[in-house]
Each structure stands twice: as structure tokens, then as C-alpha cells.
Unconditional design. Sequence first.
Length: 114
Amino acid sequence: MKRFEKHIFICENKRPPDDPKGCCSDKGSPEIKAKFKQRIKELGLKSEVRANTSGCLDACEFGVTVVVYPEQIWYGGVTLNDVEEILQSHIINNKPVERLFIKHPNFNKDAIKI
Ligand code: FES
């Protein structure tokens, strides 16, 4: 039996303010992770869905970066306002939110169809 049906990783990497790569933490990822966790609890999904902090996912220019497994769906530019849509559409109804996909060819090419 699988421990979790879906696992949501939210990059919370933090870099110094003068680092040219920037970081997801400065774009609000700690609040986004907290909202994912809060809503997963409120929706009664805690036994099936887990949201976890991730270190740098090597997609810094697209942050805030979020990746969902087992589908390997990479989301970029995620904001607090997108959390509910990802949960309702992707996590609950298995319809990934295409408008938030990272469009670079290195991402989502291996995504598993659901
Ligand atoms: S800092 Fe978030 S992907 Fe690198």
C-alpha cells in the first residue's frame, strides 16, 4: 500500500538578496507551503496527500517552483492564489493545471498522464 497518493514539493530555497539567481523563498514559497498544508488538513486529505518543503529544484528562474508526484508535474510562477486551484483540480480531480506548467522543454516532458 502506498504511503501517500500524491506528494507536493514546494521549493523554499533561500539565497542572499544579491544573488542573481534569486530564490523561491523570496517569492513567497513559505506562505504557499503553509497554505497547501492548511488546506490539505481542512479538506481531510492528510492521509493521502503530503506537502513538503524542498530545497532548490533547479528551476529557479521559474519560481515559485512546485512539483507533484507521482505524475512529475512541474508548476512555475505559483502564487498563493494558485494553491486552491492546484488542490481542487489536480490533487482532488486529477486534472493538472496546464496554465501553470513550466513551459521550458526540460520540464513536464516525462509527466505521467492521469
Ligand atoms: S530556488 Fe526554487 S527552484 Fe531554485
